[in-house]
Design a binder for this molecule. Structure first.
Ligand code: GTP
Ligand code: MG
Length: 196
């Protein structure tokens, strides 16, 4: 992955604004604030190409980042309680338009905060990915926030949870230290190549 060539490509607030589905895409999904934009920055070796924030619900559009012949797709986070009904409906429609858009989805990265149990929203997403037959991997974010013992415990918990999804890989990751980024990048590149 030649990250020097990475650039922000486009942001879509409506299904009609999605770019032509012409290169393999890697989509990031997960709860609001789980670390999607931070992972994109790490994968592309940029400090702030994707905007990150302490305020959940920051990314309310689908943001596309282009690197070589693949796209990283930052989807709006789910599970943020404070958004209005109308806003939530727009998000739902936007995400549906993306997943229904017959796009060349090479891989979905499902992000889960390593510190917390899987939520109902996470489960809904995981079930959706499974039922749609989409290839996906799990990324456990914010591993730097746990000590070694806690981290081992949580990894064991997630590996057990992931066992119901055959063949799904689990990548522990820290945006702070960069731990795990190399492995995820390799998986992204391999998935995109397979899809080309
Ligand atoms: N310590 C630590 N903080 C992290 C990590 N990943 C993300 N954060 C922090 O968590 C907050 C949310 O990160 P974002 O990358 O903006 O999360 P997001 O999933 O894009 O959030 P939305 O756009 O709201 O859906 C920011 O303050 C980040 O700095 C990590 O691995 N370690
Ligand atoms: Mg974001």
């Amino acid at each position: 992955m030649k990250t020097e060539s990475a650039r922000f490509e486009l942001c879509a607030g409506l299904g009609s604004q999605l770019p032509p589905a012409d290169v393999p895409e890697i989509a990031l999904v997960g709860r609001s604030n789980v670390g999607k934009s931070s992972l994109i920055n790490r994968l592309l070796q940029r400090k702030a190409l994707a905007r990150t924030s302490n305020t959940p619900g920051k990314t309310a559009t689908i943001n596309f980042y282009r690197c070589d012949t693949l796209r990283l797709v930052d989807l709006p986070g789910y599970g943020y309680a404070k958004v209005s009904g109308a806003e939530r409906q727009r998000w739902d429609e936007l995400i549906q338009a993306y997943f229904d858009g017959k796009r060349p989805l090479a891989l979905v990265l499902q992000l889960l905060d390593v510190r917390h149990p899987i939520t109902r929203d996470d489960e809904t997403m995981l079930r959706y990915l499974t039922e749609s037959g989409l290839p996906f991997s799990i990324v456990l974010t914010k591993t730097d926030k746990l000590n070694k013992t806690q981290l081992e415990q949580q990894k064991a918990y997630f590996l057990q949870q992931a066992a119901v999804y055959p063949g799904v890989k689990v990548f522990p990751f820290s945006a702070l230290s960069g731990a795990g980024a190399e492995e995820i990048r390799a998986q992204v590149v391999a998935a995109a190549e397979q899809d080309t």
